[in-house]
Design a binder for this molecule. Structure first.
Ligand SMILES: C[S@@+](CC[C@H](N)C(=O)[O-])C[C@H]1O[C@@H](n2cnc3c(N)ncnc32)[C@H](O)[C@@H]1O
Length: 269
């Protein structure tokens, strides 16, 4: 199934957010990348692919862990940041611009392929799963992370709640072509592309509350992926940020706890 055009499927959207993503969102996703890396047991020098690497959270952890790792992303700005960060850990070419739905790697090139909060947002997510299956060697491991909440994680959840309060008559459509936000749905997608589901880890981590200013500066980062955001004017966007900030002030200091499902599956040997 293919979804209509969405901001999340436009490399320019991610280019425009890359610096902010590296400074803010990546601090949250990194917590889950660390959990995913700890859950796998890969030997030194394992060939690892990170699909939709963003600012390279998982890529950097893999390089630090001794893997022969490469990250791909369709946003040149994200790739630039991922490359810079990974090369600071170990010099080399670690990141490339590429569409995750059509990987430019031969079959059976990798021992493990990750996609942390990546393939689930592709217009054709099953193409992303299938490409991961194709480039894995027989016996290789696929690791795919998605949010349990269809609206995302951390501040995105607050913005969703703010939208419900401010615009009670407006629907908040999901930009996703298909949802994978349960262990059963993840396993089903793995099976569709010929991978054998192994386990789905449920990982919960906190996003600490930020000052009001944070919500003004990062509204597009936290909610720009939503089709609703596109339809708001500047005044509405400002009111929206204030509402999200007001909600945040009522949270306990540890903030919002968000759950990711990290699914693991093997390519049949
Ligand atoms: C939510 S971010 C996740 C980034 C990173 N994996 C992390 O955990 O922080 C989603 C990333 O997917 C990338 N992306 C979206 N669609 C893509 C596609 N079709 N091919 C490659 N990358 C894509 C975006 O550029 C963005 O960097």
């Amino acid at each position: 199934m293919t979804a209509p055009p969405q901001a999340i499927n436009d490399p320019a959207h991610w280019d425009s957010l890359a610096e902010r993503y590296a400074d803010e969102a990546d601090r949250l996703t990194r917590l889950y990348c660390e959990a995913a890396w700890q859950a796998v047991d890969l030997p030194q020098g394992a060939r690892v692919l990170d699909v939709a690497t963003g600012a390279g959270a998982l890529l950097g952890i893999a390089v630090k862990g001794g893997a022969d790792a490469i990250g791909i992303d369709f946003s040149p700005a994200m790739v630039g940041l991922a490359q810079e960060r990974a090369a600071a850990i170990r010099p080399g070419n670690h990141a490339m611009v590429m569409d995750g739905q059509k990987l430019d790697f031969p079959d059976a090139s990798f021992d493990a392929a990750f996609s942390m909060f990546g393939v689930f947002m592709f217009p054709d997510p099953i193409a992303g799963f299938a490409e991961i299956a194709r480039v894995l060697r027989p016996g290789g491991l696929a690791v795919i992370a998605v949010w349990e909440n269809a609206g995302g994680a951390g501040p995105a959840i607050l913005f969703q709640e703010a939208a419900r309060r401010l615009f009670p008559d407006r629907p908040i459509p999901t930009p996703m072509a298909r949802l994978f936000n349960s262990p059963a749905l993840l396993d089903q997608a793995f099976r569709e592309v010929g991978l054998e589901p192994q386990t789905v880890h449920s990982v919960e981590r906190p996003w600490p509350v930020q000052p009001v200013e944070w919500f003004r500066e990062n509204a597009k980062l936290a909610f720009g992926w939503s089709p609703l955001w596109r339809d708001l004017d500047e005044q509405q966007r400002t009111a929206f940020s204030e509402e999200a900030a007001a909600l945040a002030m009522k949270l306990p200091p540890e903030g919002i706890r968000s759950t990711a499902f990290i699914g693991m599956a093997r390519k049949p040997a």
